[in-house]
Design a protein around this ligand. Structure first.
Ligand code: SAM
Length: 219
């Protein structure tokens, strides 16, 4: 990460980290990643003054950056050790991609909206993260070329787990995905055990729909 950028907005970012800790986030690696990552650069200038509130914010094209406490819980659930290969579906602003790049060794991230991907790519270039590969396309297909992944983390809601994810996750690997209807979902963590996915229900959530061949199809 470019050193000068780590210092910008340090105070508000520290307060956000303290808030997340008070809310029960205990994983120091996750808190450290949030402390290091300049969220204000990942949101449009019109909402930049709100970058360190625990709020979802609009990022254009009808999409949102999730609230920091959601990102923190997602990442805490994955229990990354630092040596994993992770596939992220729904790059959005690229903020979570940046957090993953600190917590894992390689990050592959897919976004279907070109304007969002271009902006995310540019912000990631600015902060200097190098272990990220981006793909413009339908994330419900996964990214077969670099599979299998130790974790697949999905930032949009689907009716069921796309079969491609089961095929592209390692044995014992995890899939974190919101499942439900287009407005409301439940966050699930699945662990691959051979042909089966062991399911753990986490919490009710609200995400934008995952649009693609193996999800809601109306592209
Ligand atoms: N985690 C992101 C961040 O930090 O900004 C926010 C993700 S946003 C809630 C969900 C994203 O999923 C949107 O950018 C949307 O365009 C994207 N998306 C929806 N369906 C997709 C698909 N099939 N493939 C790739 N991206 C998809």
């Amino acid at each position: 990460m470019a050193a000068a950028l780590e210092h910008e907005q340090r105070g508000p970012r520290r307060r956000l980290v303290e808030l997340l800790h008070e809310q029960g986030i205990k994983d120091l690696a996750v808190l450290n990643a949030i402390d290091k990552t300049p969220r204000h650069l990942f949101v449009p200038t019109g909402v930049r003054h709100r970058a360190y509130e625990d709020s979802a914010l609009p990022i254009g094209n009808g999409q949102t950056i999730s609230q920091p406490s959601i990102h923190a819980r997602y990442l805490e659930l994955l229990k990354l050790k630092g040596n994993e290969k992770v596939l992220e579906i729904g790059t959005g602003s690229g903020y979570q991609t940046a957090l993953l790049s600190i917590l894992a060794s390689q990050v592959f991230s897919i976004e279907r909206i070109p304007a969002l991907l271009d902006r995310a790519r540019e912000t990631i270039r600015q902060i200097g993260a190098r272990n990220i590969s981006f793909l413009l396309g339908d994330g419900t297909l996964g990214w077969r070329q670099y599979a299998p992944y130790d974790a697949i983390i999905v930032g949009a809601g689907a009716p069921e787990v796309p079969s491609t994810y089961h095929e592209q996750v390692t044995e014992g690997g995890r899939i974190l995905i919101p499942l439900g209807d287009r407005e409301e979902q439940t966050l699930y963590m699945f662990t691959r055990r051979g042909d089966k996915l062991e399911q753990t229900e986490i919490a009710p959530v609200r995400f934008v729909p995952l649009l693609g061949k193996y999800s809601w199809e109306d592209l």
